[in-house]
Ligand binder design. Structure first.
Ligand SMILES: [Zn+2]
Length: 124
């Protein structure tokens, strides 16, 4: 069964990160797609993604949209073999590429949740 956006959003609010994996080419995505973006295959299966990963890209939003306080960081987080777009929280310091981060809730905008990843604390 392919993953619906609603199921993805519900799981995310529960602290679970779902993605889809293409049965044809093995590509994995952190957002629900009905069709594989790599090969165009339609045999995509829902898969659980790790809730811990590594910052792949980051950028700071200096001028936030309405209803957000800024500046804040967003970026792509590598979780397993997938990448997800997420809000990044650095516990007082900027999150950098390569930092280990863990899923820590969601930020809601217009009824749509986006994952929030926070810097993983080492040695605790
Ligand atoms: Zn594919």
């Amino acid at each position: 069964m392919s993953l619906t956006h609603e199921a993805w959003a519900d799981a995310l609010r529960d602290g679970d990160l779902l993605g889809v994996a293409c049965a044809d080419c093995g590509a994995t995505y952190g957002t629900p797609f009905a069709v594989c973006n790599d090969c165009g295959g339609r045999d995509v299966e829902t898969t659980d993604l790790p809730t811990e990963g590594e910052v792949y890209t980051e950028t700071t939003i200096q001028v936030p949209p309405v209803d957000f306080e800024g500046p804040y960081q967003v970026g792509m987080v590598q979780v397993g073999s997938a990448r997800v777009t997420a809000r990044l929280e650095g516990d007082g310091e900027a999150v950098e590429i390569g930092d280990r981060v863990v899923l820590d809730g969601v930020v809601e905008s217009g009824g749509e949740p986006a994952p929030v990843f926070r810097t993983a604390t080492d040695g605790e």
